[in-house]
Design a protein around this ligand. Sequence first.
Ligand code: EPZ
Length: 424
Amino acid sequence: MTMDRYVITGKQALSGAIRVSGAKNASLPLLTATLLAEGTSVLFDVPQLADVTHMIEVLEHLGCQARNQNEAVLIDAGSLREWVVDEELMRRMRASNLILGPILARHRRVKIAMPGGCAIGSRPMDQHLKGLKDLGVQVKEKHGYIEAWTDGLQGADIYLDVPSVGATENIMMAAVLAKGTTLVHNAAREPEIVDLQNFLNKMGAKVRGAGMDVLRIDGVESLHPAEHTVIPDRIEAGTHMIAGVMTQGDVLVENVIPEHLEPVIAKLRQAGANIEVYDDSIRVRQRGKIKGVDIKTLPYPGFPTDMQPQFMAMLAIAEGTSVITETIFENRFQHVDELRRLGAQIRVDGRTAVIRGVETLEGAFVEATDLRAGAALFLAALAAEEATVLEKVAHIDRGYENLEEKYRRLGARLRRVVPNNKEA
Ligand code: EPZ
């Protein structure tokens, strides 16, 4: 983890156009889905992010050939030679657990170090394992490893206790090569699940119902490589919209699928933000302060937990009081202490945070604790008086491509400083 930091001078109204990159949380399962077929799949618009680089390293560790060609990532999964992902790889890339489904479908045996928790929560995998067991997989968990094997995947009726995104994706990628039909009830409905369904079907799979709460997968004999363009990143888009609101700027967010942002647009409008929605872009022209609103994070199509920290930064300078309830992760208020250092008035009680809006935030030394907490502090710094030093921006690099370049083009005054104090 590099110790780069940002120095940001706030109170600069941002204006101009900013283009959203491909979705991190669609790219990661799409990359592991390439394991399902011999030959070379091509993914366009995969963002150049630390998490994506790490996932490609995991695929290469398994024996894939990966290469970049212009704007595309090519993955040749023809000659897999490894089925074990150790702690070191797992620690760097917890989403490596998304290889379980495809490797079991392709090779019937897999072993991964338990991914362990992260800053925002314990991140259990019980729903992943429950679904895989229903499909005829045997699982042994010991010495911090999950070992799974099967004599052959059988279609099943699976009921998820929680609509887990990762569990839904692992089950989909196993069931596509199972014998018979699989139904997944209470499946996650995120747009990234729909994107995975579309890619799997291009590979010859028979998946229907993504985006609804029952998924149907009719198993097939084998899959072939395919080409696919990753959907735009709705969380990156939402983050840029909030930047426009907080700096009272005029920001055109391009390469957007507006329907993926409906809960975010609705909440912003309820707060009094001026949002103009076009076919594949959204314009934020903010004049005047926004009002406090209450938020409760829920599985899609509810308000996304990945936008909660960024919204909290915005509500910290709203008129009035707001209440945020985080129902998805048990520890996703790490950004509160850092926002307080910038002058925010926030009180936390369990999974609820009460935010009393203040006139303005004041620059300070703060640090990113996780990806979206880092994004929230980045936004707060853009709106704060004077300068803010934001440490540990490597957390932000995991989920936002070319952030400094994109924001400089909007007129933001920021620079990236590497530890030996040379400017990046
Ligand atoms: C995905 O994580 C995203 N990551 C997360 O984005 C996102 O916050 C999350 O979905 C929810 O939308 C990727 O797609 C790579 P879950 P995932 O399984 O799949 C509980 C970001 O900032 N649960 O839907 O791990 C779990 O504890 C990241 O980009 C179980 O109980 O999320 C949590 O409370 C952060 N058992 C809830 O479900 C399980 O087996 C949602 O988790 C799995 C999950």
